[in-house]
Design a protein around this ligand. Sequence first.
Ligand code: HEM
Length: 413
Amino acid sequence: MLDPTDRAFIADPYPTLARLREAGPVHHDERLRRYFVTRHADVRSCLRDRRLGRNFRHVGTEEEFNAAPLDPRWQEFWEVERWSLLFIEPPDHTRIRKLVASAFTPRAVEAMREPARQLAHELLDACLERGRFDLLYDFAQPYSITLICRMLGVPTDRHRDLLDWSHRHVKMYEFDTTDEQAESATHAAAEFRDYVRELIADRRRSPCDDMIGALVAARVDGDDLSDDEIVSTVVVLLNAGHEATVNTLGNGVRALLGHPDEWRRLVDGEVAPAAAVEELIRFDPPLQLFERWVLEDGVEIAGVAVPRGEVISMLFGSANRDPRVFREPDSLDVGRPNAAEHIGFGGGIHVCIGAPLARIELEASLRALVERAPALELAEEPVRVPAFVIRGFQAVEVEIAPEADTLVSTVTG
Ligand code: HEM
């Protein structure tokens, strides 16, 4: 019933996800060798279940877990992933996450609010001057990468390289990664690693108190973080720090411009951008699926026994449209009272560490768009990236409605 590589499914996965969800909470897919979890309550509890893990290698072998060995051709990629927060489990996860959390304090994140507002306006001004622009390439990408670089202390002069490495890297998380993409991801990971190593060497020569400086100086229980651990941590923060935020804005603005009444509620000030952001993440989340390995015997999900060594795939887009939690879940309602109950940022020990930053960024950019470009419209129908897990568009070409242009020049001129 679910083929994550099918173009028609990728174009609009929600009807299929709804059928799957209403047929049952858990589906064993023999072909894909996994259990899909479809409903909000079950996805939520899986995220918090410590018997499920992002990785199994801390408790068992590849043979025991019936897992294919990591392909040695992509060794450099695996090495960069080795210490990524997303792929480690306690105690390593606890140790590294604690360090990262000490930099992502509420105060440090709150201090990004004004820079985010300013940057959104600066970038948007330049875009609006051009008339037609790609919301992703011209606005969201430079916006998000600049802000995460600023938080980490990474110079922005190579921001296009960072975006390129990241786009190639995350292709490894899809179902149908080709050898060509894997090779490209591996080269990207190696270039990214070399770049971060230079930054580490630089901080060793001249210590400073930005986040990379802090990771270099950090000692946990008397041990330094190794360079490999710092590389993985910086790479995951840089990648996760913009991919999902950019796609949330692209998916969200596409949804809003397709629902002019909802866009109007924002333009008229009836609904605050911060509230709308939650509904946009719920309605068309940028990350659709996360996996866990079953690490122990005796696990049951919604009454279905799932043996040790199996993989479960939590369907976030399905959970976010579960009618058991959200009324009329297929409608976009920017003022939805319980929109923030979405699963978009995950939960449990791997819950998104960047969620407060993402919320600030999305709020500031949506506010700037609504205030500065109330007559925004799609210049053409955007085309989806042909991938299910990381859901986004290739480009979102927008422009100011021609009548609005004339109106503004008549009024001002
Ligand atoms: C709308 C934007 C974002 C969405 C929807 C999102 C979503 C998520 C989700 C669902 C997870 C949990 C993965 C799992 O359970 O396996 C996660 C983890 C993570 N996110 Fe985000 N994220 C966003 C923005 C950001 C930003 C701006 C950062 C930058 C700091 C970030 C950094 C991370 C990191 C480092 C992790 C791994 C945490 C861990 O495993 O302990 N994310 N994110």
